[in-house]
Design a protein around this ligand. Sequence first.
Ligand SMILES: Cc1cc2nc3c(=O)[nH]c(=O)nc-3n(C[C@H](O)[C@H](O)[C@H](O)COP(=O)(O)OP(=O)(O)OC[C@H]3O[C@@H](n4cnc5c(N)ncnc54)[C@H](O)[C@@H]3O)c2cc1C
Length: 313
Amino acid sequence: MDKINIDLSIIGLGAASYAAALYAVRYQIPTLMIGEDFGGETATGGLIENYPGVPEIDGYDLMLNMKQQVENYNIKTINENALSIEKKDASFLIKCSEKTTIESKSIILGIGRERRKLNLENEEELTGKGVSYCSTCDAPLYKDKITAVVGGGNAAIEGALLLSKYSTEVYLIYRGNKIYRPEPVLLRHLDESKNINILLNTKISKIIGNNESGLKSIETENGNKTKNINIDGLFIEIGADPRLKIPNQLGLKINPTTNEVHVNNLMETNIEGIFAAGDLTDASGNLKQTVTAAGQGAISALSAYNYLSQIQK
Ligand SMILES: Cc1cc2nc3c(=O)[nH]c(=O)nc-3n(C[C@H](O)[C@H](O)[C@H](O)COP(=O)(O)OP(=O)(O)OC[C@H]3O[C@@H](n4cnc5c(N)ncnc54)[C@H](O)[C@@H]3O)c2cc1C
């Protein structure tokens, strides 16, 4: 079993984590990155058009740039997921999937969220090829196309309204018999919209397309009626769950309204020495984006630096 001692461990390989790592290595903190899957949601989300200074880039390439920029400095990555973390005296003991154990004086958690899925055949294969989990991010890619949004909450309505500005026709598909506790202003915009078709009591039973053609159509079910609808984009807006297993092990405070790890504006959690950034946290409200995650990552590194300087005095 490998055992490593380090000042700072950054857990996750997404935008929050790489930004944290870049700042940490430039503050010359002995730093380790921990994660099995490179790039996080940015890497798998397709084209990014809203990262400042980069007009258009595939998310995977953007993450590769972040990784290369960090690797110009002295940093080690353990390509294993963190399984558990416990407090040990003034440090934290991190146990990883391949049995590496790390004793770390401080930690930045950038482990993001798990998108809720429909769990249909082709869903994974077509993600980034017509299937998306983020209308804020991908709506402009569907100019003059036909799109559908699945979901009945505010995120789904906001997604449909945004898409209606780009797409010729938008289907809002929800399995319930009425939109779920909508914000009144959204409902009014929905009523006023000319190109959103609301399909209630309807669920998607098939996603049709393949790796080469991309998404072609969906099959919907309403009672015992099935229907095939040709669409170019399917937006699954049925929520995302922050990865709370490790935060709960550590006893981190969870925001009771959003179910996200609660941080202050320095990305400090309620436990000294543990910082958190990005989509895992309640730092950026509803704007969960690569740029906000990266900004919070940078702040978390400065906070870790200040914390380490203070305990090493
Ligand atoms: C389809 C899609 C398209 C998007 N498009 C855009 C866009 O156009 N523009 C934009 O700004 N934003 C976009 N976003 C949002 C953006 O991708 C996220 O806001 C951003 O990735 C959040 O970064 P993060 O580092 O907080 O989390 P993530 O990117 O989710 O990274 C989390 C990392 O933690 C790792 N991890 C999880 N558990 C563990 C563990 N136990 N141990 C170690 N590592 C772990 C994961 O493998 C991953 O590497 C999109 C999102 C989706 C889903």
